[in-house]
Each structure stands twice: as structure tokens, then as C-alpha cells.
Design a binder for this molecule. Structure first.
Ligand code: BGC
Length: 508
């Protein structure tokens, strides 16, 4: 064999291996010119000012003020990164990074303190107008999430996402924000991560509102979230799109679930359907509605358990049609992966209803994977992007979150490695035909990490919570991400000089 043939074979092997193992290519690779780069945050995680200027209480205010506290070290979002007062610095950071867009969320109770549109809080509206105007002054696209987990406490007391009336409550709120900001906002996300809202808030007691009613409340929540999203989508489509000219979609979180061995292929597919197919199938599949495997499994278990009907609520045929196709893009949040195997019996032999029992799988992270809360498994991202392309007829994918938590340090080489390897996976998927329109690094800065408080840090910028103004300082990952966005190029060997302050380039 000629030397060139041997080298070619080695290259092919590395390329194929890279798609299943954590081996990554070292060459310099280009992103499509039109692909957008940005970064993201969410209102409760950064704004603070929890009860100022007319804002009322939401479910995370309530949870974080609970006694005994449920959040690491009893942290609260009361001040957070103080962005309510420091939004100009936030925009300055996006300018330093030279990004195309900033994805942030609106706080429902800051805009509508009664939860309903009978009273609009001028001060809250002014804050978001200031932020949006500041972004537009510097040609940064605002991408706005209408709802990122901070439900008005009052609506929770009425049942929250388990009450079907929330479909209208949410749509009323969406109408208000389209009216208020739609002339300036061209990218809308209806709801961020229904799974975290429903499974972790209603099915378990991990997130607010700590309902812990698995196998019932979580499914009700899923159905109402899908209907609320679809209703807001139709509202925008029918009444605002032609005059405001924007685009709108949902954001679904999906991990990659890999079978432990060939024997568990079906188990892994079931797990995917229960985790994110439940939201993707009704919107992006040709048939619509909840995934068949979920319908069958929950109906069977419900019957065995003595329920008169399936605990998974049905969509009427009209509702199936109403929800189908209601997203201009597949908004995707991805962080990590797990291995999956089938286990029918660990959850109490079907006596206690629960989503875990319904799906009957166990998932776990491999102990060799690098990482703290987020494990670094770039090949999982490649497989996930491929599956979305294949299952849903290659929808445009807007990566709305991807990121890594690391220790408090400005020299975050592990985060740099994560971003580079995950972006390599994105490029692999693009090469095979995935239509990836944007990439969003989570997060612009350290923020309130929900029940894990402030000790878990995802930021491109470090936030000093001891300083009254919550000083933000760029980490090494910020320098590297800036170079990727500026050049639309992934170069694993680029070494920034982090002793030189990150400054705003001309034109930003
Ligand atoms: C959420 C963010 C969160 C991030 C990291 C995502 O699921 O949308 O709010 O900070 O995960 O935990």
C-alpha cells in the first residue's frame, strides 16, 4: 500500500471514530457565512430587582424564599447579576464578543404584575425597551424568549400549567409582548424547555413549583404547554407576522440517549420519545400528536394500575392539527448525553404511576466522561443533530443553548475544549446536510443556576457576586468564542492573549 493510501485510511478512521467517540479533528474548519452566533441568559437568572418597580412574585421568588430553603446555600435570585440595573454592561459584553444576537427572556410578572393584561407595568416595559433599544443601536439582534420558567405565583395557585385555562392566560401575555415589542423583535421563542418545566416542576420536586406528581401532572403540563405554544404561534402568524415580519418557534431541550448495547436500542428510542419526542413529535412530525410509543405504554400501564383512561391526556384530532407545524425552526438546547438500558421493574412493578415507570429505562453517565454537572460528550451532539434531521425532514435548527459549567476561573480551558468539540460536532452535522441557522453559547455570564444557586458557573464572563455592581470579567472562553464568531472559523490551535482586555472591535 502506498503511504498516501495508508494516510487516507487513517484519516477516514479518525473521521468515523470522531462521530462515536470523543476524538476530534484538528484542522481549521469554516462555518457557513449566514450562520449566526450569539449568547443567552434568562430573566430570573440575571435580572434581580425581584420586587422593584412594580414586579410581582413568581414561582422562583416563592421557592427561593421558602423556609427551609431548597436551593444550594439558600441562594435567591433577588439581586442575581443585577442586570435590571446593569443591562448596558450586558450589551457592552455582547459588543466585546462581536456577536450577531443576544437571546434573553421576559419576566411575565415584571410586565403583567396581576398575571393578566388588565394592568401593564410601565416600568417593566421601559426596562425591556431600554435593553432592546440598546441592542439595536449596535446592530445586535434581540432574540426574545417569552417564557423561561418564571410563572406568576398567582397563576400557580390556580394550577399553573396543569390548568387548561393557562392556554389563554399565556396567549394573552404573548399578545401583550407582540404588541409592545414586536416592531423591534424579529425572533421569538414561545417557551423555553417544556421538559424541564413539566418533568422537574410537576413530575418531581426538583424545580418550582415542586409538585411531585409524576405520571399525571407532568403529562397535563406537557399537553397545555404544547397548546399554549401553538395558540401563541397562530396568534403571531395570523395577526402579527405580516406587519412585524418576524419568526417564531419553541425551544426544546434534548440530550442524546445512547443504547448501552445493541440489545437496548429500543429502550434508548423509548427514552428519547419520552424525553423530547413528546414535544417534537406533535410539532415537527408529519402525523403529529404525542409519540405512538408513549400513547401505547402509558395506556397499558394506566389500565394495569386501574385507571379508567390513560394518564396521558389525548389531543383531539383538531388539536393535533392545531399544534402541527407551529414552529418556524427547531429551537434546540443541548448539553450532554447518557447511556440507556431497559429496566422494567425498578419503579415498583407499575403500582405507582410515574413517567419513569411508564418508560421503564435507566440512564446513566459514563464515569470516564469529563465534566462536573455537564459531561463532555460531543459525539452525542452529532448524533442528536443527525436524528433531528432524519426524523423531522431536516428542519432549520436554531441552537438556542449549548454550554458547560466549570470551576470559578478565568482560565477555563475545559470550557474552551467543550465549545470547540461541540462546534466540531455541529460542523460534522452541517457537512451531512443539517440546516443549522444559529448557535447560542450558554451563557453570556454566570447566573442563578436554579436549585444549584450561584456555585455552578456557565458564563463566558465571570460574575463577582461579592461586588455590589456584580462586576463581569471575560474568561478565556470569551476570547475564543469571539474569534470563532468573528472569523466563522473553528481553529483548535488559536491561543488568545487573555492579558489584553477584551475590547470592542470597530463596527460593534
Ligand atoms: C436552562 C438554563 C440553565 C441551563 C444550565 C438549561 O436547561 O434553559 O436556564 O441555566 O440549562 O443548567
Amino acid at each position: 500500500m502506498l503511504l498516501s493510501q495508508i494516510l487516507l485510511c487513517v484519516a477516514c478512521f479518525v473521521l468515523t471514530e470522531s462521530k462515536t467517540k470523543n476524538i476530534y479533528r484538528q484542522e481549521v474548519r469554516k462555518f457557513p457565512d449566514q450562520m449566526l452566533f450569539g449568547s443567552a441568559t434568562a430573566a430570573y437568572q440575571i435580572e434581580g430587582a425581584w420586587n422593584e418597580d412594580g414586579k410581582s412574585e413568581n414561582i422562583w421568588d416563592r421557592l427561593s424564599h421558602q423556609d427551609p430553603c431548597r436551593i444550594t446555600e439558600c441562594h435567591t435570585g433577588d439581586i442575581a447579576a443585577n442586570s435590571y440595573y446593569s443591562y448596558k454592561r450586558d450589551v457592552e459584553m455582547i459588543r466585546e464578543l462581536g456577536l450577531d444576537f443576544y437571546r434573553f427572556s421576559l419576566s411575565w410578572t415584571r410586565i403583567l404584575p396581576t398575571s393578566f393584561p388588565d394592568k401593564i407595568n410601565e416600568k417593566g416595559v421601559e426596562y425591556y425597551n431600554n435593553l432592546i433599544n440598546e441592542l439595536l443601536t449596535y446592530n445586535i439582534e434581540p432574540m426574545v424568549t417569552i417564557y423561561h420558567w418564571d410563572l406568576p405565583q398567582k397563576l400557580q395557585e390556580l394550577g399553573g400549567w396543569a390548568n387548561p385555562h393557562i392556554v389563554d392566560w399565556y396567549t394573552d401575555y404573548a399578545r401583550v409582548v407582540f404588541e409592545l415589542f414586536g416592531d423591534k423583535v424579529k425572533y421569538w421563542f414561545t417557551i423555553n424547555e417544556p421538559r424541564q418545566i413539566c418533568d422537574m416542576g410537576y413530575g418531581t420536586a426538583v424545580f418550582a413549583p415542586l409538585l411531585n406528581e409524576s405520571g399525571y401532572a407532568d403529562y397535563l403540563c406537557s399537553k397545555h404547554i404544547l397548546l399554549a405554544h401553538a395558540k401563541a404561534y397562530h396568534l403571531y402568524n395570523d395577526e402579527y407576522r405580516s406587519k412585524q415580519g418576524g419568526t417564531i418557534g419553541i425551544v426544546i431541550s434534548a440530550s442524546w440517549l445512547e443504547p448501552e448495547s445493541d440489545e437496548h436500542t429500543e429502550a434508548a428510542e423509548d427514552a428519547r420519545q419520552f424525553e423530547w419526542g413528546i414535544y417534537a413529535n406533535p410539532i415537527f412530525s408529519e402525523k403529529g400528536g404525542f409519540p405512538e410509543v408513549m400513547k401505547q405504554k402509558v395506556a397499558l400501564k394506566s389500565m394495569i394500575q386501574g385507571f379508567p383512561r390513560s394518564r396521558l391526556p389525548e389531543f383531539t384530532p383538531e388539536e393535533v392539527e392545531f399544534v402541527k407545524g407551529t414552529s418556524d425552526f427547531f429551537g434546540l438546547n443541548h448539553y450532554s448525553s447518557s447511556f440507556v438500558y431497559r429496566n422494567e421493574s425498578v419503579y415498583g412493578y407499575h403500582r405507582e404511576p410515574s413517567l419513569n415507570d411508564d418508560v421503564s429505562v435507566i440512564s446513566y453517565e459514563d464515569s470516564s466522561w469529563e465534566g462536573y454537572h455537564t459531561k463532555m460528550v460531543p459525539w452525542g451532539f452529532y448524533k442528536l443533530l443527525t436524528k433531528i434531521r432524519e426524523d423531522y425532514d431536516n428542519p432549520p435548527i436554531l441552537i438556542a443553548e449549548n454550554g458547560y459549567d466549570s470551576l470559578r476561573s478565568l482560565k477555563d480551558d475545559d470550557r474552551v475544549k467543550y465549545y470547540r468539540q461541540y462546534l466540531d460536532a455541529v460542523l460534522d452535522a452541517i457537512e451531512e446536510g443539517s440546516d443549522i441557522i444559529a448557535y447560542t453559547a450558554w451563557s453570556l455570564m454566570d447566573s442563578f443556576e436554579w436549585v444549584r444557586g450561584y456555585n455552578v458557573r456557565f458564563g463566558l464572563y465571570e460574575v463577582d457576586y461579592e461586588s455590589p455592581e456584580r462586576t463581569r470579567t471575560p474568561r478565556k472562553s470569551a476570547y475564543v468564542y469571539k474569534e470563532i464568531a468573528r472569523t466563522h472559523t473553528l481553529d483548535h490551535n488559536y491561543e488568545p492573549d487573555i492579558s489584553v482586555p477584551l475590547s470592542i472591535d470597530e463596527g460593534h
